[in-house]
Write a protein that binds this ligand. Structure first.
Ligand SMILES: [Zn+2]
Ligand SMILES: [Zn+2]
Length: 397
C-alpha cells in the first residue's frame, strides 16, 4: 500500500501555501472565480481532465484509473462567508467583509493535495475518481438552490455515474488528533423560514388605534420555543432559531409590518413533520389572534447527512490503520449544523467524516463562523491522507 500519510506530510508546504492563498482571497458562494480558476489550473497541470462551470463556479476533475471499476466522487467545498475577519493572522483576508470562517479554504487545499497523490497513484486504481470542487455550501446566495444541488442539476453524479461519495469537514469543536467516522446520521437537515406580519401602523402614543406587528412578532418568537420544549420528545433533537427580526423606523411610530426569519434543524423525518406542522399552526394562530395578517414561507435548505454503513465501515478501517494513535470517534457524532452533501448522499452511498482541527495552546479554538476562527494547519495532513487512502481503499475492494 502506498503511504499517503507520508506523502501528505511531504506535500504539506504545497497544501499550506494553497490554503493561505485561498484564505487571503476568500470568495462568497457562486463567486468562487479566482478559487475555481486556481483549482482548474492545478488539476490541468497534473493532466487531470477538467470541466468548469458545473453548478456555476464549480469545477470537476476526472481521473480514470488503469483498471475498470466504480467511480468515487470526492467533494470539497470552496466558498467563504460574509464575515469581517478578526484573526490578525499574517494570511488574513484581503477581501474586506468576506472571510474563510468555516475552513473551506482548507478543504480546497486538501482536495488539490489529494488529487496530486491519487494522480501519481492512478496505475493502481481499479476505478475512477471525480474531484468535485463545490461552490456555495453555506447558502443559496441569491440563487434558487445551493452548490451541491446545482452541481447535481448540471450532472455531476452522471456520466460516468457516481457509485460512492466521500467528503470531509475540518472540525474546530474538537482538537487536532480527533477524527469522527460514523455510520448513520451525522448532520441535521435544515429549513429556513420567513414570517411576514402585517398589522396597522399608527402613532406610538395611540396603540389602541393600531394593530402592532412588533407585539405579535414577540409573542410568536416566544410561542415557537414551546415546539422543541413541549411538542418534540425530549430525546429527539430539534432546533428552532429566530435569527432576524426587522420592523419599524422610529421611536414614535407603530409600524405596519414586521418580518422574522430563522432556521429549523431536525434529523428524524417524523420530528421534522411535527415541527413544521406546529410551526405553521403557532405562527398563524398567534398572528391572527393578535389581529395581524401573516404569510409564512418555509424552504428546505438541506436534508440530513446520513452516512452509508458499508462505505463508512471501509473508511473506518482505513482510518484505524492510518492513525493508530488518534482518538477515533465512531459513536455517531451528531451536530445540528447542516451540509448540502445531504443531497448527494440521498442519491449515492457516501461517508462524510470530520477531522478535529482545534489547538487550545495556539489559541486556534474559535467556533466555525466566528470572526476569529482559524484552525491548526496540521489537520490538513490528516485530512488529505485519510481522504486519499480511503478513496484508494474503496477502489481496491
Ligand atoms: Zn460553515
Ligand atoms: Zn463548512
Amino acid at each position: 500500500m502506498n503511504d499517503f500519510l507520508k506523502q501528505a506530510e511531504e506535500l504539506f508546504p504545497y497544501t499550506q501555501t494553497l490554503r493561505r492563498d485561498f484564505h487571503m482571497h476568500p470568495e462568497l458562494g457562486f463567486r468562487e472565480v479566482r478559487t475555481g480558476g486556481i483549482v482548474a489550473k492545478e488539476l490541468e497541470t497534473l493532466g487531470i481532465e477538467v470541466t468548469k462551470g458545473v453548478g456555476k463556479t464549480g469545477v470537476v476533475g476526472y481521473l480514470e484509473g488503469s483498471k475498470p471499476g466504480p467511480t468515487i466522487l470526492l467533494r470539497f467545498d470552496m466558498d467563504a462567508l460574509p464575515i469581517t475577519e478578526d484573526t490578525g493572522a499574517e494570511y488574513a483576508s484581503q477581501n474586506n467583509g468576506v472571510m474563510h470562517a468555516c475552513g473551506h479554504d482548507g478543504h480546497t487545499a486538501i482536495g488539490l493535495t489529494v488529487a496530486k497523490m491519487l494522480h501519481a497513484y492512478r496505475e493502481e486504481l481499479a476505478g475512477n475518481i471525480k474531484f468535485c470542487f463545490q461552490p456555495s455550501e453555506e447558502g443559496l446566495n441569491g440563487e434558487e438552490m445551493g452548490g451541491a444541488l446545482m452541481m447535481m442539476r448540471d450532472g455531476v453524479l452522471d456520466s460516468p455515474k457516481v457509485d460512492k461519495t466521500l467528503s470531509l469537514h475540518l472540525w474546530n469543536d474538537k482538537p487536532l488528533g480527533w477524527i469522527s467516522v460514523a455510520k448513520g446520521p451525522v448532520m441535521a437537515g435544515a429549513e429556513l423560514f420567513i414570517i411576514k406580519l402585517t398589522g396597522k401602523g399608527g402613532h406610538g402614543a395611540a396603540p389602541d388605534t393600531t394593530i402592532d406587528p412588533i407585539v405579535a412578532a414577540a409573542q410568536i418568537i416566544t410561542a415557537l420555543q414551546t415546539i422543541t420544549s413541549r411538542n418534540v420528545a425530549p430525546l429527539k433533537p430539534s432546533v428552532i432559531s429566530v435569527t432576524t427580526i426587522h420592523s419599524g423606523t422610529t421611536f414614535n411610530v407603530i409600524p405596519q409590518t414586521a418580518e422574522l426569519s430563522g432556521t429549523v434543524r431536525t434529523f428524524d423525518p417524523s420530528v421534522r413533520k411535527l415541527v413544521l406542522e406546529r410551526f405553521e399552526q403557532i405562527a398563524r394562530g398567534v398572528a391572527e389572534t393578535m389581529g395581524c395578517k401573516v404569510e409564512i414561507e418555509i424552504k428546505r435548505v438541506t436534508p440530513p447527512v446520513i452516512n452509508h454503513d458499508g462505505v463508512s465501515e471501509s473508511v473506518l478501517k482505513t482510518a484505524q490503520a492510518l492513525f493508530p494513535q488518534m482518538e477515533l470517534d465512531t459513536e455517531s457524532y451528531l451536530t445540528m449544523g447542516a451540509e448540502d452533501m445531504g443531497y448527494m448522499q440521498e442519491k449515492v452511498d457516501g461517508c462524510y467524516f470530520m477531522i478535529g482541527s482545534a489547538n487550545d495552546e495556539k489559541n486556534l479554538n474559535y467556533n466555525h463562523h466566528h470572526p476569529k476562527f482559524d484552525f491548526d494547519e496540521q489537520a490538513l495532513i490528516s485530512g488529505a491522507a485519510l481522504m486519499a487512502t480511503a478513496a484508494a481503499d474503496l477502489l481496491k475492494t
